[in-house]
Design a protein around this ligand. Sequence first.
Ligand code: ADP
Length: 448
Amino acid sequence: MFKRVLIANRGEIAVRIIRACKELGIETVAVYSEADRGALHTKLADKAVCIGPPSPSRSYLHIPSIIAVAQMTGAEAIHPGYGFLAENPYFAEMCATAGITFIGPSPRAMQLMGAKAQARAAVMAAGVPVVPGSEGVVKGVEEALAVAREIGYPVLVKASAGGGGRGLRLVHSAKELRQALQSAQREAEAAFGDSQVYLEKYIEEPRHVEFQILGDREGNIIHLGERDCSIQRRNQKLLEEAPCPALTPELREEMGQAALKAARAVGYYSAGTVEFLVDKYGRYYFIEMNTRIQVEHPVTEMVTGIDLVQEQIKIAAGMPLSLNQEDVVIRGHAMECRINAEDPKHDFRPCPGKVTRFHLPGGFGIRVDTALYNGMEITPHYDSLIAKVIAWAPDREMVINRMRSALEEMEIEGVTTTISFHKQILDNAFFRRGEVYTNFVQRRLQVS
Ligand code: ADP
């Protein structure tokens, strides 16, 4: 096992990883930007080193500084968390060159899944259903028009290097397609430095259902069931739950096997997530694979009892998986609410500021993953997630009640948050019946 690990991240996920390291008897090195002086992760780690100014490109994304700190402090491995450098194959390669273990999959698997147009082709060849669409990247307008004619409008233009719901364009007609293609390419170039786009049929009112994968370096690979992440706003997840209320045991089994095929197609190891859309008729389609630990991983931990971050670290250290597929048992129901410093009444605009006072909920079945502390300044430099409230209960109805009561207890003063918005979701009768799909928030909620 590693003696010392560097955490190349901040906020709640840095704290989450430090805790996992401590439990495994590993020393931790935190890095932080000038905006995060005094942040919780710097206090909990054994050592903390400032790596630059607030701007991510000069701190949390600055590869030379992070590798230099790892070498200077004798860290043998780096955990990238999510966001920042987590899905950057170049960073993983730089770590290897410096003799440091990257806690994640191989650079090759990251690269293959990171190019989404190519990933579609790779998993399709492995027998996994993908959303009908272009075979790979679309090169020009004529090709796009031909593909769209074949699959039928509406279609989505998607950036091959895309992520976080950015660079998606919904197109209703051939007339619109011409222009959408160009503007999507421009936007993708600006956001990801890669203008490649591909086409997918627009699936109506789908659920977003994703499978958690865990694989070791010896080729053992299992899935830990699914999460339903249909509650989204602008293609970004807000609330997630496990298991998905709509899956039959047969469909779960089939999709789990499909997820494993997709992961095997790129020789995947470490923790990863295979994402699908499921339509009204129970047909499922691969959309992408995320090659990192995800924000919503705790809901899977709550229903399986498996610590995903500890597993990631053990796999990176070369240990084989400690469990088989048969050992994975889904118990009860779990849900996560992402609490953001945003104003739901004003189009979810970010609300930076100082947290003057807060009270976190607790009790049986409640877990809060956060890096909040008194007097914390929420800066505009980073994303607005400030806490994740996770609830577990024997069934879905009880987990909703438990979450509702936890959010009632929770108080955050000084900044506006999305707590009230989550309460509205939990009170919605359609949500309570489990009737959710990715445009639920748009269709079923009036933000008040
Ligand atoms: P990103 O990597 O930017 O998150 P994804 O491909 O994972 O992009 O898609 C994000 C979300 O966009 C999905 O959860 C879903 O809500 C919506 N979406 C993506 N592809 C389609 C599609 N073909 N039809 C309908 N909705 C889609």
